[in-house]
Design a protein around this ligand. Structure first.
Ligand code: NAD
Length: 346
């Protein structure tokens, strides 16, 4: 049965959480935890599914419209008796009897989220409303994968969860940044008004195998360029910083947040900070020392600095990342080589 969760200010929800749907246990007694992962065919989602499926007590349902995800990422689970895959767009309602919802559905890379900004904001707002409606109907706990982009171009460094952000409401990235901010608002309003058990993760840049190739995200760009033997294109000035969390660490953080008692928001990311130039140099050294590094024009509203303060994740979840960038980057090489059809030179 659901427990009351305290938010980050320590206050307790006044409204008790809704009971699990009677349909959940009506016909057949289900001892297993049934978990919905929206966006589960994507990069982080598919790694999360892999981890959840390792537990034989879990049944996993993925709902995905395959905009940026692919069935290929889940091919090892298709046909498994504890696994279901549904082609579904979260902007439409969905009724499934589940105990937990990991709500990841949303394109994460600027190239894709800017491709159809109105759809991106619909996914964030209507999609999150639909998933909260589902959580309310069936009494499920719901976790939202929000983003460090809610901090915008931060005036505080590193960013902790109390920082309200510096976001351009009308820029080309706003469909994503503001969309996630509204999604967080909806989560809290459903929590306060309806007693829904919520969890909010603010994810910082994550990398690893199965990232979309050429999707405009800096790590996948550099790895793809290095594997193809093309110059590594660093957006000017190259001194802007990011922190990079390996995907297995991220999945671990998300599961701890879901299973724990704190609503969040909680930053999940790796505080190790690198300039874009340093990242390019590391990729060059580890993947292809023959490529050159060149400077290209920057995109509008690109934040200058990004680094999570993960004190809260350490204290409340007992979580911190384990994989260093120098160890994680080479773990992507084989996957990128296979998908790009480029064999390793000996
Ligand atoms: N990867 C990161 O560095 C990062 C950083 C911050 C936040 N996040 C968040 O984590 C989540 C997962 O990111 P990712 O990197 O795996 O991205 P991704 O693009 O690989 O995965 C997103 C998945 O959502 C699906 N999707 C998109 N719109 C949908 C819709 N309307 N209905 C159903 N499915 C839809 C896509 O097809 C894809 O499978 C996203 O919510 C993203 O905002 C990721």
């Amino acid at each position: 049965m659901a427990k009351e969760a305290s938010n980050t200010n320590g206050s307790v929800t006044t409204k008790p959480p809704p009971s699990p749907s009677p349909l959940r246990n009506a016909k057949f007694f289900q001892a297993n935890m049934r978990i919905l992962v929206t966006g589960g065919a994507g990069f982080i989602g598919s790694h999360l599914v892999d981890r959840l499926m390792e537990n034989e007590k879990n049944e996993v349902i993925v709902a995905d419209n395959y905009f940026t995800g692919s069935k290929d990422n889940l091919k090892k689970w298709i046909g498994h008796p504890r696994f279901e895959l549904i082609r579904h767009d979260v902007t439409e309602t969905l009724l499934v009897e589940v105990d937990q919802i990991y709500h990841l559905a949303c394109p994460a890379s600027p190239i894709f989220y800017k491709y159809n900004p109105v759809k991106t904001i619909k996914t964030n707002v209507i999609g999150t409303l639909n998933m909260l409606g589902l959580a309310k109907r069936v009494g499920a706990r719901i976790l939202l994968t929000s983003t460090s982009e809610v901090y915008g171009d931060p005036l505080m460094h590193p960013q902790d969860e109390t920082y309200w952000g510096n976001v351009n409401p009308i820029g080309v990235r706003s469909c994503y940044d503001e969309g996630k901010r509204v999604a967080e608002t909806l989560m809290y309003d459903y929590h306060r008004q309806h007693g829904i058990e919520i969890r909010i993760a603010r994810i910082f840049n994550t990398y690893g195998p199965r990232m979309n190739i050429d999707d405009g995200r800096v790590v996948s760009n550099f790895i793809a360029q290095a594997v193809r033997g093309e110059p590594l294109t660093v957006q000017a000035p190259g001194t802007q910083t990011r922190s990079f969390c390996y995907v297995s660490d991220m999945v671990d953080g998300l599961i701890r947040l879901m299973e724990g008692d704190n609503t969040g928001p909680i930053n999940i990311g790796n505080p190790g900070e690198f300039t874009m130039l340093e990242l390019a140099e590391t990729v060059k050294e580890l993947i292809n020392p023959d490529v050159e590094i060149i400077s290209v024009e920057n995109t509008p509203d690109d934040p200058r600095q990004r680094k999570p303060d993960i004190t809260k994740a350490k204290e409340l979840l007992g979580w911190e990342p384990k994989i260093k960038l120098r160890d994680g980057l080479p773990l992507m090489e084989d996957d990128f080589r296979t998908r790009l059809g480029v064999t390793r030179k000996n």
